[in-house]
Design a protein around this ligand. Structure first.
Ligand code: FE2
Ligand code: FE2
Length: 199
């Protein structure tokens, strides 16, 4: 089974994104990437604050926040090794557009399931981007690093989907996930042009 089949993403990233865009500005890629890891950790902490009564969610999110901050640390170390300094936080327009799909004002279940699926979606696309990076970037150390992170993000994606299915009572998670995938496919059409992880 290919990664695309596993992740069910509808639009694959063109590998030319790496050659034509990313390789011209590795510093920008790494700074943006560091903040992606920070945002993933922040999102895990938000899920803890929103769901203190769901002990399994709290446990999984503690572990995730720690792992994402470890990723952040490693990206930061790579920046330093290459003589760069972490730049200012980059806006992630892709994630901001995805966030608009989350139902506002639904019940607790709808809020939780959408937040979990939104998180799964970002992990899935990040995993796909890391795969494209690892296979195309002309830099052995970064290729190996991105391969390793691709595997982590695939695990996170699966964990978020599993939690969504576990905590859904009335919501049809498969149907909602399909709707998310269709929405994401529309959003991502406008990307693949910037030297950022979701750019
Ligand atoms: Fe990560
Ligand atoms: Fe992750």
């Amino acid at each position: 089974m290919s990664e695309k089949t596993i992740l069910k993403l509808q639009l694959p990233t063109d590998p030319l994104w790496v050659k034509n865009v990313v390789e011209s500005n590795i510093e920008e890629l790494l700074t943006d990437h560091a903040y992606c890891e920070q945002k993933a950790a922040t999102n895990a902490i938000t899920l803890i604050i929103q769901n203190p009564n769901l002990s399994d969610v709290v446990q999984e999110m503690i572990a995730l926040a720690q792992e994402e901050m470890e990723h952040f640390k490693r990206v930061h170390e790579i920046l330093l090794q290459r003589g760069f300094t972490l730049g200012k936080e980059r806006k992630d327009n892709y994630v901001n557009e995805l966030r608009k799909f989350i139902i506002i004002g639904g019940g607790r279940e709808a809020q939780l399931i959408d937040r979990l699926l939104f998180s799964a979606m970002i992990e899935a696309r990040s995993c796909e981007r890391f795969k494209v990076l690892s296979e195309n970037i002309n830099d052995e150390a970064l290729a190996a690093f991105y391969h390793e992170l691709m595997v982590s993000e695939a695990t996170h994606y699966a964990m978020f989907l599993r939690l969504a299915k576990k905590h859904a009572v009335e919501i049809d998670v498969d149907a909602r996930w399909k709707a998310f995938l269709a929405y994401e496919a529309q959003v991502i059409q406008n990307y693949g042009k910037g030297e950022t992880i979701h750019g």
